[in-house]
Design a binder for this molecule. Structure first.
Ligand code: R5P
Length: 315
């Protein structure tokens, strides 16, 4: 592994450290700071000439800061003559604008894919993209990991009976179906309408949840509106305990307080985005994706297949 070098940006240092620990290494040294006007300033403090470099950086809030930092790190690494650079992006932001669903709107997921590649990324390793098709926005290889097995291990210990997996919107059906298969559970769907970027409304529940325990699954919890409103509607339909497994805990706009007073019994998120001290609540549990990323990095480094990491959900 003498050619393997891992850097962590400042978006999620705890996860970068855990991944490195799994790899029996330490994050390589880099000076990451800001000029007085706010410009990102980076200097790699280790030689990367001819090395296989992995840059770990989630593009979570503050999104623009973290994205720019990643781009500047990519540029520094490329100019320092690394042999190959993998952008490891546990949470890939700007992904929700992935199509022209209204006139004169951008497709930011494609924009970010372009700038990552032109800044020096040779490949990308990420987790639970907002939409699987975003993989096709990259003209460089992209490895897509799934948190499903990490959540499965967590919930297996709790042995929840009469479980139904629920997608909080129609767009999440594919993901929910994979969970239903993995958990050997039934499937239901919340028919949600988005009134604005911050608020949603539940129209119908498709499927039977009466007398059942519910596991809501989604890629993102941002304002918490989808989850909290969905849970309230499920409760009205007679659901018993309501749990949620969400890959990326953005938790913006007082989502944590909303959650506290909601019908959700417990929310489990991954550490793709660090949970700030101000957001910690009893209802929120964090499971780590450190092993998953470490194993994927090892496999990419040694040019081995990574499909064993997601075989159990059917590829
Ligand atoms: C939407 O398509 C996503 O999968 C999430 O359901 C959504 O981003 C969650 O947003 P919020 O928590 O603000 O309702």
């Amino acid at each position: 592994m003498d050619k393997l070098v891992v850097f962590g940006g400042s978006a999620n240092s705890p996860l970068a450290e855990k991944i490195c620990k799994n790899l029996n290494t330490e994050p390589a040294k880099a000076q990451i700071s800001r000029f007085s006007d706010g410009e990102v300033r980076v200097q790699l403090k280790e030689n990367v000439r001819g090395k296989d470099v992995f840059l770990i950086q989630s593009t979570c809030p503050p999104v623009n800061e973290n994205l720019m930092e990643l781009l500047v790190m990519l540029d520094a690494t490329r100019r320092a003559s690394a042999q190959r650079i993998t952008a490891v992006i546990p949470y890939f932001g700007y992904a929700r604008q992935d199509r022209k669903d209204r006139p004169r709107v951008p497709i930011t997921a494609k924009l970010v894919a372009n700038i990552l590649a032109s800044s020096g990324a040779d490949r990308v390793l990420t987790l639970d993209l907002h939409a699987g098709q975003i993989q096709g926005f990259f003209d460089i290889p992209l490895d897509h990991l799934y948190a499903i097995n990490v959540f499965f291990e967590y919930f297996k210990k709790n042995k929840i009976k009469d479980l139904v997996i629920v997608s909080p919107d129609v767009g999440g059906i594919k993901m929910a179906r994979a969970y239903a298969k993995r958990f050997s559970a039934d499937l239901a769907i919340v028919d949600k309408r988005r009134k604005s970027p911050e608020s949603t409304e539940v129209m119908h529940i498709l499927g039977n949840v009466a007398g059942k325990n519910v596991l809501l699954v989604d890629d993102i919890i941002a304002t918490g509106s989808s989850l909290v409103n969905g849970a309230a509607a499920l409760k009205k339909q007679g659901a018993k305990n309501i749990f949620a497994a969400i890959s990326h805990g953005i938790l913006s706009n007082n989502a944590t307080d909303k959650l506290k007073d909601s019908d959700i019994d417990s929310l489990v998120i991954t550490d793709s985005i660090p949970l700030g001290e101000d957001k910690k609540r009893d209802k929120i549990k964090v499971v780590s994706v450190d092993n998953l990323f470490a194993e994927a990095i090892k496999r990419i480094h040694f040019e081995k297949s990574i499909s064993v990491l997601f075989d159990s959900i059917g590829g």
